[in-house]
Design a protein around this ligand. Structure first.
Ligand SMILES: Cc1cc2nc3c(=O)[nH]c(=O)nc-3n(C[C@H](O)[C@H](O)[C@H](O)COP(=O)(O)O)c2cc1C
Length: 180
């Protein structure tokens, strides 16, 4: 199975989660991990499984203004946040806007604060809706990975991301085996 993991990340959290998901998928798949800034939208049609993740910004996917706000946060020396290279380029929202229809499987994830979902929102919800509208089939329930109030990944979340990668690999393999 060919799996494509695409992520967006300002401070590195979603990248680190994506790396663990890719490692979990590697047991069942040939995995390509790529930041959205470098991802060809046509890639959506070339993989059996497309896994897409982004940080939650203002309850959903980032926009140019929220990415600029993240950049401003990284300029505050008190916060100890470093901006990832390419962070101010294309985000998952814009990548999805230009992606063609597909017929493969998908799974969506995000990072967000560790609070009630109604207070935080979750970028994976809008990512999943958009991929489904493009014709892809969801292989597993979307997943949020949690950070604290200082934007640090919470204990246990990297391990949970790896296990989720293993799980979506198993589910996708089963779905492809039983597909008509
Ligand atoms: C501009 C901005 C807006 C944010 N809005 C939300 C939000 O609405 N809900 C939430 O749970 N987290 C929010 N966050 C926190 C991020 O989702 C969280 O820090 C994420 O892990 C960052 O991932 P990254 O390092 O991959 O960019 C926001 C962060 C920024 C910079």
């Amino acid at each position: 199975m060919k799996a494509l993991v695409i992520y967006e990340s300002m401070f590195g959290n979603t990248r680190k989660i994506a790396e663990q998901i890719a490692a979990g998928l590697a047991g069942s798949s040939t995995v390509v991990l790529v930041r959205v800034h470098d991802a060809d939208p046509q890639g959506i049609g070339l993989a059996d499984l497309v896994v897409v993740g982004a940080p939650t910004h203002v309850h959903g996917m980032s926009m140019p203004a929220t990415r600029a706000a993240a950049a401003a946060m990284s300029n505050d020396p008190q916060r100890h946040l470093a901006l990832e290279s390419g962070a101010l380029g294309v985000g998952v929202r814009e990548w999805l806007d230009t992606a063609p229809p597909g017929s493969g499987l998908f799974a969506a994830f995000d990072t967000r604060r560790d609070m009630a979902r109604i207070l935080t929102g979750a970028a994976s919800a809008s990512i999943g809706k958009t991929l489904a509208r493009r014709g892809l089939r969801q292989v597993a329930r979307r997943s949020s990975f949690l950070v604290d109030e200082n934007e640090a990944i919470k204990a246990g979340e990297l391990e949970r991301a790896r296990a989720w990668g293993e799980q979506i690999g198993r589910l996708a393999t089963a779905a492809l085996t039983t597909a008509p």
